[in-house]
Ligand binder design. Structure first.
Ligand code: PLP
Length: 423
């Protein structure tokens, strides 16, 4: 056979996250204890009422409309109106098998270039490369809380050819930080002035620990697509149900994406869409569940951040999601004595020496020579943690002590990391 890949696909590699996860899985299979801070997956179970809805709808076998079940689109639009206080019509909602699929389709469909503040989620740039789309990182700074500054956006727009798509993710993977309403307003002004289309990836919005996530669509409704899914807040990543929410001004773009998806995935599995309907409609269950998820994540994230800070690591306290993005620059001299000069070597050696799994900053678009990495603090039993949190009054603080043995591997993992840095 003389079949060949397109030349731009010859460099394809599996994501760094998969590689390190596979190696740590091999170590675990050998019976070694792994302190796993690598997986970006919610540790909590899907709420029972939503699992029941999936079971009850398993018999549904027909294709559904490409854009998604209309009742689901109504429920998603109502959620954005009520919770996010942004005006979305059911006709502006496009349902997909995970938001990843639509982020890819969007990058394929529109002309121009993508601007991506880094550190950023691992797939934005590989997706752009797959469709040979121009793209550029905007490197943010630890000192700025890894936030994109309005001047940086303005500068990047002037340096690249348009039209521009900005992908803004908050609370962020891998940094766990978010933007204040004032910061979002300032970015919205620059975007409007420069005709930048914003893809606002708010997949962790409902896991903002304080519970009052603000969308940039409030300040730039006409130029923002909001992206979300059940994967993180509902802990249902494997179910594959995501969506984009478009304002009226961008309905033409929604129509174009729907045409593309009609020739690719057709529709999301019918039982999953009915379960999604329950997820968006059962507000009492979800409200109670999210209160506890956020309280648990905030307790564990703040414990990890404050322990590392005390040990001399540069780290921001978490605002949302389940990630931290520490910077180990203050240990550069001792790390270089171990022959470590970049984030990939640092994570590799850390895994070999201590079985602590972190993902290197380079996987998230940071320059290789930096010494940063992502910690996903999800290596505990989410079901048990929910049970513990539910036994403690909502007015009280939840502590690491309350979570007990369930968080022992989080504590040991952080301890091992600190001991290794100080060796
Ligand atoms: N955006 C961010 C920031 C993510 O972390 C993820 C998943 O890890 C996605 C998008 C894609 O999620 P899904 O396709 O499961 O909706």
């Amino acid at each position: 056979m003389n079949h060949k890949l397109h030349p731009h696909l010859n460099q394809l590699v599996r994501s760094a996250t998969l590689a390190i996860n596979e190696r740590s899985a091999e170590m675990a299979a050998d019976g070694q204890t792994i302190y796993h801070f690598g997986f970006g997956q919610s540790p909590f179970p899907v709420p029972d009422s939503i699992v029941s809805a999936l079971q009850e709808n398993a018999y549904r076998k027909n294709y559904l409309p490409v854009e998604g079940l209309f009742e689901l689109r109504e429920a998603v639009a109502a959620y954005h109106n009520d919770v996010d206080q942004i005006h979305i019509e059911p006709e502006g909602v496009l349902v997909s098998p995970g938001s990843k699929e639509l982020i890819f389709t969007l990058q394929m469909a529109i002309k121009g270039s993508t601007l991506i503040p880094a550190p950023c989620w691992v797939s934005y740039v590989p997706q752009a490369n797959l469709v040979q789309r121009d793209n550029q990182y905007i490197q943010t700074r630890f000192e700025d809380n890894w936030r994109l500054l309005p001047d940086q956006l303005d500068f990047a727009v002037k340096q690249t050819s348009g039209p521009h798509l900005l992908i803004l993710n908050y609370p962020g993977n891998p940094d766990g930080g978010t933007y204040s309403a004032e910061e979002l307003k300032a970015l919205a002004n620059v975007a409007r002035k420069n005709n930048v289309l914003i893809l606002s990836d708010e997949i962790y919005g409902r896991l903002y620990h304080k519970g009052e996530h603000v969308s940039i669509a409030r300040f730039y409704p006409e130029g923002t697509i909001v992206s979300s899914s059940l994967s993180k807040w509902c802990a249902a990543g494997g179910w594959r149900l995501g969506h984009f929410a478009f304002p009226k001004e961008l309905f033409w773009l929604k129509e174009a994406l729907a045409s593309i998806t009609s020739d690719t995935y057709s529709c999301v599995a019918a039982p999953i869409q009915y379960a999604g309907l329950q997820a968006y409609n059962d507000k009492d269950t979800v409200g109670e569940y999210l209160f506890h998820c956020r309280r648990i994540l905030s307790t564990i994230g703040n414990f990890c951040a404050s322990t590392l800070l005390e040990a001399g690591v540069n780290i921001q306290s978490p605002s949302g999601a389940f990630y931290l993005f520490p910077d180990f620059e203050s240990f550069r001299i001792s790390l270089s004595e171990k022959g470590i000069h970049d984030s990939a070597a640092m994570c590799e050696q850390l895994l070999q020496d201590t079985r602590v799994v972190l993902l290197p900053g380079t996987a998230f678009g940071r320059p290789a020579e930096e010494l940063n990495a992502r910690i996903a603090y999800v290596n505990f039993d989410g079901g048990k943690a929910l049970q513990t949190s539910r036994e403690i009054s909502m007015e009280q603080n939840l502590t690491m002590h309350d979570l007990g043995d369930n968080v022992i591997n989080v504590k040991y993992g952080i301890e091992k990391l600190i001991d290794w840095l100080k060796e």
